[in-house]
Ligand binder design. Sequence first.
Ligand code: DAK
Length: 269
Amino acid sequence: MLPTFENLLLSVTDGVATIRFNRPKALNALNEATLRELRNALLFVEAHAAGREGEPQIDVVILTGEGEKSFVAGADILEMKDKTVEQGEAFARLGQSVTRALELIPQPVIAAVNGFALGGGCEFAISCDFILASENAVFGQPEVALGILPGFGGSARLARFVGQPRARELIYTGRKIKAAEALRIGLANEVLPLASLLTRANEIAQEIRKNSPLAVARSKKLMNHIYTMPIDSALREEALVFGSIFGSHDQREGMGAFAEKRKANFKGE
Ligand code: DAK
């Protein structure tokens, strides 16, 4: 049984979980209830990774928004506007814990950005492994125009996608950019017609699913972990993780299948 939520839709097909933000009347703005629900949805997803007990097995996650206009138009300004310093900090911590969960679950997460990805919306997209954007997508960190600043990890993560100078320009100006510009600066991997966005996301998800879930999960962990390390530490870490996978079922199976000229049967163990 899949869990149900008030502000999210969760479905699982062919090993791919699709999580949709579902407050289209508010352009899927993130209130506290949605953040808590997403945290629970990600706990469910993690418990259904390959090699765990849960059924159905989930190998890849697609995060998108319901409707044709918006991925997420930011944190819910109406809910946020009267917060105190303590409440603001607690809200930021809640949002950060969910963006971090997107990075820490073993399965890759593809952001399928189907419209506005502003403020917290952009921060959720850049907490995913990579971004596919529809032609009508609009990205931006407009917080400074509201008298605040990115609070769900934007300051820490945007530069990882687009480099420090571009991240600084986007954050200080609060400028909104269209999909083509996002593609040009490396924020989005691909731009697609809205009608093809989820088809393409699922295609890539199935490409990922052909591989060992264990090797993909270790790659994700390593990519997140070594990103900011000096090169020598990063190489040491890579060697450790590379070594650690030898002797696993998937390593023996993947290499055995190659030697025997047959298709590998991976288990994620
Ligand atoms: N919050 C709440 N409601 C929102 C919303 C938002 N972020 N964005 C849109 N809505 C609601 C609108 O109020 C409107 O509701 P009704 O009036 O129909 O009841 C409905 O969605 C449709 O919006 P519009 O009528 O405005 O639609 P338009 O197509 O004309 O404009 C727009 C679309 C996306 C350009 C516009 O809605 C807009 O500018 N929205 C705000 C975008 C924005 O500034 N986003 C950044 C939010 S700030 C932190 C924690 C987190 C954060 C920062 C700090 N700490 C605690 C440190 C993150 C902050 C943000 O994300």
